[in-house]
Design a binder for this molecule. Structure first.
Ligand code: ATP
Ligand code: AH0
Length: 383
């Protein structure tokens, strides 16, 4: 059978741009194959990025303005989908995660969660002429799940191993892990996944704070590497209740955003840290919270930790993780044939492909949903 050509579109909590992957997909589960034909990140205009961050931070706007931002995002996503196809045969399907602007995890069975991704799929299908699957989180949320993380089932079929237990750790704005047991009879039911807490979100905000907005992230972690972590602060921050909550759990910039950073800056005042020390301390919180969550919520440490997402390009953070994990080797998914930069975009291409052939995309043991669900709404092209 011919592989299906699919475009995956994703913009995450860092709001740094639209990660776009053009892939060829075949198979269903253990025979699933994905070939990356092209991958590109298309940045938002500074103005649109500002609007998106404002929304996330609670800026009040009119419904008319909200509709305009929603459509501007959809236009940008559609443009990304068009660009990525230059020089390649046309795709037949798009999986668009959209832009998360708000995420509220469920409160037990009392209240369903709420997760809002802008950039409506209907508009992307209309603009590109390609069937588009979007709004992936809603079905899992309707089944009492968190609606996140959704990538673990894709990780399972692309990165699991017969003998090794592996943690696939994404470090985006928020960090999230997929724990993959070795593939035995009931391995699928033993997969776990959750949001580990801040990835780069606080670090990016701190860099913006110290540079008055002239820099948006700590390239390679070089700035933090020139400082020294303040461990009493890391200890204090690690006492935040989110880190102690057992999975299923998910979070976002609502918890680990600008308000949290301001609290951290206030906590740091008595220690008179310079900018480099503060960045080293925030970076340490990301590293320590990841390892702390493995030690608390996994039966034992995995054989390997495999990183992806923008934070995997931060050498200082990677080194800190390696140090904390001792003899558990830390590498990136690139080493295993899956682009660390585009893995999330690729995952939403796979989820769209699964939706299109009626294969559920969530793992109830990860999201807390009561059953497997078909993820995503299909928008046909009516042109
Ligand atoms: N060369 C680099 N050095 C250090 N950090 C980097 C580098 N490149 C990217 N990053 C970090 O990665 C972030 C973007 O990561 P990514 O695109 O994976 O996040 P996201 O998908 O928006 O977030 P999430 O996974 O939470 O939805 C940037 O904001 C920056 O902090
Ligand atoms: C609501 C939302 O967009 N959550 C993202 C975010 O980014 C990282 C972490 O928080 C993750 O759980 C989730 O995305 C990934 C792609 C997921 O659903 O697997």
């Amino acid at each position: 059978m011919q592989p299906t050509r699919v475009i995956g579109l994703m913009s995450g909590t860092s709001v740094d741009g639209i990660d776009t992957a053009l892939v060829e997909i075949s198979g269903r589960d253990l025979d699933l194959k994905v070939k990356l034909l092209a991958g590109e990140t298309y940045p938002y205009s500074p103005q649109l990025r500002e609007h998106i961050l404002g929304l996330g931070a609670g800026t009040a706007i009119s419904m008319a303005d909200l509709a305009a931002i929603d459509d501007a995002i959809a236009h940008n996503f559609a443009q990304a989908a068009q660009h990525i196809q230059f020089g390649h045969p046309r795709a037949t399907l798009i999986g668009s995660h959209g832009q998360t602007v708000y995420h509220r995890p469920p409160q037990g069975l009392e209240e369903l969660g709420y997760s809002c991704q802008l950039g409506r799929g209907a508009m992307i299908a209309h603009l590109t002429g390609i069937t588009t699957v979007s709004n992936f989180r809603i079905a899992d949320i309707a089944a009492y799940g968190h609606g996140a993380p959704l990538v673990p089932k894709v990780d399972a079929y692309l990165l699991s191993h017969l003998q090794e237990e592996r943690c696939i750790q994404n470090i985006g704005g928020i960090g999230n892990v997929t724990y993959l047991p070795a593939r035995s009879d009931d391995w699928l039911s033993q997969i776990r996944g959750w949001d580990t807490g801040p990835g780069n979100s606080l670090l990016d905000l701190a860099v913006q704070h110290f540079t008055s907005g002239t820099k948006s992230y700590d390239n390679n972690g070089d700035w933090a590497a020139s400082g020294t972590p303040c461990y009493p602060l890391v200890e204090k921050w690690l006492s935040h209740e989110y880190f102690h909550l057992p999975p299923p759990k998910s979070t976002g910039r609502e918890l680990f955003g600008i308000t949290y950073l301001h609290d951290c800056l206030e906590d740091a005042q008595p220690y008179q840290l310079n900018a480099a020390d503060f960045l080293a301390t925030i970076t340490e919180l990301t590293a320590v919270s990841i390892v702390h969550s493995y030690d608390n919520f996994l039966p034992k440490r995995p054989h390997k930790v495999i990183l992806c997402g923008g934070g995997s390009r931060n050498s200082y953070l990677k080194n800190r993780l390696q140090l904390l994990l001792g003899n558990v080797p830390v590498s990136t998914t690139d080493k295993f044939g899956l682009s660390a930069a585009f893995k999330e975009a690729i995952a939403f291409a796979v989820l769209a492909y699964w939706r299109n052939i009626n294969i559920p995309g969530n793992l109830p043991a990860v999201t807390g949903a009561y059953q497997e669900m078909l993820l995503g709404e299909i928008h046909d092209n009516y042109r």
